[in-house]
Design a protein around this ligand. Structure first.
Ligand code: ZN
Length: 185
């Protein structure tokens, strides 16, 4: 395992638009090593997604995985491992839906964010193949949170009601939200 250090809000890399990956670079050992390190870091940190800028690599790469057997998310929300490179996002259903979000780069906090209910993402996978996915509901929020990291955005920017920002302990004490309906990325 080669988990790397996750940088936190305030680090300038989190505010940059990350560079697109050259498709010719995807098969290289260095890039595949980066994917492995991202995966290891996501697991060590207990996130369901991680983006390269969060380990101070300003490239358009993100990983998302919600294991079906996870204790926290159960079978309610699950998806296999997605490796998303150079994504383009299009809103399919602009109805807003809200979830409590958390971020590995903003430790200790939860915030309520409303985002479009369904989006289409065109991207390259870890083999450099063109792929398309449409995600809805909880997964739509998960993917949008992660893709935001590739464009210099953090979920805090998306909070419209700042009374809905909480420390984790207070969140657990005063909110009746089920744990599986909030996320950490
Ligand atoms: Zn995040």
């Amino acid at each position: 395992m080669a988990a790397r250090t996750v940088i936190r809000m305030g680090h300038p890399t989190l505010r940059k638009v990350a560079s697109k990956v050259d498709p010719a670079e995807i098969a290289s050992p260095e890039f595949q090593e980066l994917l492995k390190d991202l995966f290891d870091t996501m697991k060590v940190e207990g996130g369901i997604g991680i983006a390269a800028p969060q380990i101070n690599i300003s490239k358009q790469v993100t990983l998302i995985e919600l294991p079906a057997n996870s204790e926290r998310y159960g079978t309610l929300h699950s998806c296999p491992l997605y490796i998303i490179i150079n994504p383009e996002i299009k809103i399919i259903d602009s109805t807003f839906q809200g979830f409590w979000e958390g971020c590995l780069s903003v430790p200790g906090l939860r915030g309520y964010v409303e985002r479009p209910k369904s989006v289409q993402i065109d991207y390259l996978n870890e083999f450099g193949e063109k792929k398309q996915i449409i995600v809805s509901d909880f997964l739509s929020t998960v993917f949008q949170h992660e893709l935001d990291h590739l464009f210099g955005k953090i979920y805090i920017d998306r909070i419209t009601d700042t009374t809905k920002i909480s420390y984790l302990e207070e969140f657990a004490e005063f909110n009746a939200i089920k744990k599986e309906d909030s996320l950490d990325e």
